[in-house]
Design a binder for this molecule. Structure first.
Ligand SMILES: Cc1cc2nc3c(=O)[nH]c(=O)nc-3n(C[C@H](O)[C@H](O)[C@H](O)COP(=O)(O)OP(=O)(O)OC[C@H]3O[C@@H](n4cnc5c(N)ncnc54)[C@H](O)[C@@H]3O)c2cc1C
Length: 402
């Protein structure tokens, strides 16, 4: 096993999509980068997600955040366009558009209002599709659909390949990734980061430390209350020639998704009946029978002719949310040379650009696009009164209230 050095220029904690993307961008700047990962590359949420690249995920109705989110996610999409070539790595990226479908009158009203606000906020791409239009585009959808929101430059990607593509290229550029190497604490002295201590007790001194542990970030940086959020997914046998779009929807109040993670045509769905739990139980990666039944039922509720489809696998993973559903990206307050990139619940629309933004901050002290809405200062030392038992649906109600 490779010896862990005693010191380096930069330490990245976490080898999910964010950590690997950051390590890649910093390695291109010829920085000496060590990544410490407590399990394996893409063993967290990045290896357990649907692979949807949905730029304005959710139904954002705040004109300011719409504008500022779009600047960042559009840059992400720009990077994605050429990334397979740049990394020389198959990513199975398919820019096929995405839908947010309404399965009842109330949802349809909400989607129409969201599209109107997003258009007014300068979003030129967002489109509203009538029932007839959406069924023409996706004839296998249930006849119960009322209409949809459509964005043509969204798509799908293989999340394992994306994370490993960054990791592989970072290592090619001499970054070193140490797996099964949990970080116990970030060491700082007099407001200046000094390095990390591993669970083994080994200290590694470093000029810069970046916390990219998402759902686990508050264990290392407890002043920012980032909430772990467990989500469940199931995958089907391959389905030939089905026009599939990454889709968002609500079924009986639960936010659900359907998509394909791979080019082979296996469908992925999740979110229906994911059980509400206490915070510490959101790290449990087992799946309850009721959750498998729930996510499997999505195929029957959303599509025609898929009620007998075989489910071949299920899993759960832990993503993260912040007090306003936007990630924390940037300098950590009150500690020089400590950075954080965490709080992601739709990381595929951010991973590549977050690597670039953090590298710009570390190397040049500023970013090429504004990231003030993602500032870690928003939640620094602020306690959030999260619900005791929660899942995605409970949190949606919580955010609607605050
Ligand atoms: C079921 C499911 C479906 C999803 N579907 C989608 C989707 O379709 N589209 C989308 O955009 N997003 C989706 N997401 C969310 C997406 O997966 C995340 O936003 C994204 O993967 C976050 O990446 P990350 O690198 O920040 O976190 P992670 O991939 O979780 O990486 C964090 C890493 O840090 C490591 N770590 C933690 N603590 C330590 C420590 N002390 N020392 C060392 N290492 C440590 C962990 O082991 C982990 O590997 C989904 C998530 C789930 C669970």
């Amino acid at each position: 096993m490779e010896q862990i050095p005693d010191k380096t220029e930069i330490i990245v904690i976490g080898a999910g999509l964010m950590g690997c993307s950051i390590a890649y961008q910093l390695s291109r700047e010829k920085k000496e980068v060590l990544v410490f990962e407590k399990r394996n590359i893409a063993s967290g949420a990045s290896g357990r997600n649907g692979g949807q690249v949905i730029q304005l995920e959710g139904r954002d109705k705040n004109p300011e955040t719409i504008k500022k989110r779009l600047e960042v996610v559009k840059e992400n999409n720009k990077i994605l366009k050429h990334l397979e070539k740049e990394l020389n790595f198959q990513l199975e990226y398919q820019r096929i558009g995405s839908l947010d479908i309404a399965l009842n009158e109330e949802e349809w009203k909400d989607i129409k209002e969201t599209v109107k606000i997003q258009k007014q906020a300068g979003d030129e791409e967002i489109e509203l599709l009538s029932k007839k239009e959406v069924l023409k585009m996706c004839p296998t959808l249930t006849e119960k659909v009322f209409g949809a929101r459509y964005r043509k430059s969204d798509g799908t990607i293989n999340p394992f390949f994306l994370t490993h593509g960054f990791a592989f290229n970072a290592m090619k550029n001499r970054a070193r990734i140490f797996t099964h190497s949990p970080v116990k604490r970030i060491v700082n002295e007099h407001g200046m980061v000094k390095g990390v201590e591993l669970e083994t007790g080994k200290m590694i001194r470093s000029e810069v430390v970046i916390n990219a542990t998402n759902a686990w970030s508050h264990f290392l940086c407890p002043e920012i209350d980032i909430l772990p959020l467990r989500q469940v997914a199931v995958v089907t046998e391959p389905v030939a020639d089905l026009p599939v779009y990454p889709m968002e929807a609500f079924i009986d109040g639960d936010a659900i998704f359907t998509t394909t993670q791979t080019k082979s045509g296996n469908l992925v769905a999740g979110g229906f009946k994911t059980q509400a739990r206490k915070r510490n139980l959101h790290y449990d990666e087992s799946v309850e029978p009721i959750e498998i039944a729930g996510s499997s039922a999505i195929f029957k509720r959303v599509f025609k002719g898929l009620k007998d489809i075989c489910i071949i696998r299920s899993w759960s993973g832990t993503m993260a949310v912040t007090g306003d559903c936007l990630a924390c990206i940037g300098k950590y307050p009150e500690t020089e040379n400590l950075y954080i990139a965490a709080g992601f619940s739709n990381g595929m629309a951010y991973g590549p650009v977050v690597g670039k933004l953090i590298a710009e901050l570390v190397v040049y002290g500023k970013t090429s696009i504004p990231v003030d809405i993602f500032s870690p200062h928003r939640f620094y030392k602020k306690q959030i009164d999260w619900p005791e038992f929660y899942n995605y649906t409970v949190l949606a109600e919580f955010f609607a209230r605050v």
